[in-house]
Each structure stands twice: as structure tokens, then as C-alpha cells.
Design a binder for this molecule. Sequence first.
Ligand SMILES: [Zn+2]
Ligand SMILES: [Zn+2]
Length: 480
Amino acid sequence: MVHAEQQDSQTDGAVDGGRSRTASSIVVHRHALECPGCGAFYRQPPRSQLEVHCTRCHTVLRRTTRSPERDTVALAGTGLALFILVGLMPYITFDMRGRENVGTMLGGALAFWEYGLWVLGLIVMFTTLIAPFLRLVGLLAAVTAPRMRKPPRELYILLRVAQWVRPWSMIEVFMLGMLVAYSRLEALAHVRFGVALYALGGLMLVMAAMDWALDPRDAWNKLEARGLVADPVMMGEARRNAATTRFDERHAISCHGCGLVVEGADHDASCPRCGSFLHRRKPDSVTRTIALVVAAVLLYIPANIYPVMIITSLGDTSPHTIVGGVKELIEADMWPLAALVFFASVMVPVLKVIGLVWMILRVRRPSVEGLKTRTRIFHVIEMIGRWSMIDVFVVTILIALVHMGFIATIQPGPGALAFAGVVIITMLAAETFDPRLMWDAAIDQQRSTRRSRDQAAEEGPDRVRLVSSSGVSVQGGLSR
Ligand SMILES: [Zn+2]
Ligand SMILES: [Zn+2]
């Protein structure tokens, strides 16, 4: 594990060349990168460093393998082959009194349509089929494109889409949902696993390995080198400008889409490499996060009051809420599963909301203390939110398989849609929140305290100038 070397601001070796920077003179700093956790700028570490962390907040800046391209191609190719099996073959067969029901991935999503819950059907279809497919195809195309003789320029869009769908691709969460659903199905009738279930297990491992192997920054650099970018003319101009412009982190913006560090971009200009809008920080981050957190809290109430599914067994109808489902697992002595469902469905949404509220408060009332811990907690919140989808997938699997009329039928309840809403909205809230704002606010506060102390000591403005805009002492320099 290696820690990155912090970028020197303004003391860079390149000479300004007397160029006056106008609003349209965009500059690209190909050797700079910004930490998404705290906003510190670094010099791109050499490719031999496979794992690099931010020295200030410990966020992972790079984690890859020795040959990321070869590994990504092999893994995405294998993943696509497995995906075909997952999409076409049944993953489970449910046999009850001679009547057989076969469960397929598409059938699960379509089952919601039958009950008029098409929004839920779309959510399940997107997270279990469309997003994994887009990620596999996008990465395979983007990594192989630079080697093609005449690749279409638009291939960069596929890499952008593949990165965007990453948190929404939930193969591993579906697998866990399958485990919980199996424990219920087994009690009802004879259950056999199909080919797709083994393929699904393989796909889960392949996609996890692919996420590890891929170095998005490297993939973007390769596309850029072949001219496969959103605006090749502007990109060329920005690169030429870089030769005569020194790096100034006060004006630098790192693109949210591809990580390119640019300077001199107009307000709301788009990235010349990936076409995303350029913002120094996520726009209206705090206001939007507050709105999403409030919406999630409001939806959390019906999600827990209303049943997520209604089970009919030999004419007896009983509604099942999320907490009720946990109780049943405890009664059936399935403690590990009960603990898992309780944590993922009940605790995770609450912890996410508490965590985000705490972070928003820390932007408004900044404190240097615990910044590193808060940034780490933010990354955990970002990562665990998707696991709450387990219950939605359990309902999907059960309603698709158990429809034997009077004998046994499972229908989705209104709580399922509200619960899926809570999961998606809290995931969006975590995506909208910009952890760098906590650092900005704390550094601003620290700087103003220092400035007033310095003024009191009558040390003059020279002392202030020694502190970089990120508020930390900097070392190293930009190498071109
Ligand atoms: Zn950092
Ligand atoms: Zn970009």
C-alpha cells in the first residue's frame, strides 16, 4: 500500500509564459489527480504503484492489478458469457404437489407487472439485468477500443455509462436475496437449483474481480490518447495550453465523470474528455442531500407499516412486514439470516440517514476533529446502501415462484414499493453528498482562525501566503 505524494500548488516547474488566462482558455493537467474524499490534489502515481491512498483522508486513489487491461477484457468477456446463461436459463424450480414453477431473472421482474407494480418491476430489471449488462459491455468496449484500427469516437460514452451504473448493478445483493428466499421456499415445497444460479454465483465473483482490476483513470487516458473523447478539438487546445501554464489548485476542477483535472473552464462547461458538466464541488450538494434524506425518512414509515408481501396458504391470508419477516426467521431458528435481514433492511437505512445528517451538520458547523473518520464513514455509507435491496429481491423471487392459487400464493404488498423507494433515495442522497465540503468548511474555519491569530501577532500577510488553498503544507512538484 502506497500513499500518494501531494501536489505542489503554484510552485510548479513550468513557467507561466506570460499567458493571460481567459474564460475560454481551458487547460488540462494530465499529471494531476484529485482525491474524491477530501479534495487534495496529487501528482499521478506511477503505474507500478497498484494501491494508492490519499495521505490526508485515506480514500483509495487507485487499486488495480499488474495488467488491468488484459484482466478487464478476460473478466468482462467471461462475465458476458455467464450473463447469457443467467438471462436465459432458470435459476430455480419450485415443485409443489406435482405443479412446477420455474424462476428466471426476467420472470422475477415481470411478475411485478402482473400486479400493476411496473415501477418496481423496472427497478428490479434495471438493477439485476440492465445495469450489469451495461457495465460488462461498456468496460469491454472501452478497454478494447484503443487497440481497434478505426474505433468509433463515441465509444467513450460506453465507459461513462459503465462507470455510472456501477452502484446500481446488484448481482451480489440478488444472490443474498436468493439465499433468504430459499429458506422460505424450502419450507413450502421441493426446490431445485438451476444452471442460472451457478452462473449467477460465477458472475458475482467475476464482476467483483473486474471492479478490482479496472483502473478507470488509466482507461480514460488510453481512450484520450486515441482521440476517443467528447470534444477532440478542445482537448487538443487544452493539452497545448498545459505546456505553458503552471498548476494552480485554487482554479483546478476535477471532472466527476472521468477524473480529468482542468483549469480555466467556464461555469457549467463540459469536460472535453467525457462530456460531463464540470463543477468544482457537486452542485447544491447540501440542499439536495437534505431534500433526499427528508424524503427517505417520510417513506421509511409506510415501508415498515405496510406489508411488503401478502402470503395466502390454504385460504389463509397473512400480511408480512419487513420486521415480521425477521421475526419469522428467528422463529425458524435461522439466526444468521435474521440478523442479516435485520441489519440490511432495518438498520442500514437508519444508519445512513443518521450518518448523512451528521455530515451535513459538519458542513454547516465545521470541525477539523474526526474529518478523516467522517470521510471513511461516508465511503462505508456509499458502499453498504445497496445491500438493503435484499428484501425487495426476496419479494421478487417469491412472487414469481409461488402462485398456486388457493394452495399457496405470494403477492407483493404496498410496503415493497415504499421500501425500494427508501433504498434508492438514500443511495441517491449518498451520491449527491460531496464529502469534500466537510474538508473545505473545516479548512476555511482553520484558516480564518489562523489569520486572525496572525493579525493579532502582527506578522503581516507573508505568513498567510505560505499556506496553500487546501490548508495543508505541501511537498513535491508537478512533473511533466
Ligand atoms: Zn483525501
Ligand atoms: Zn470528464
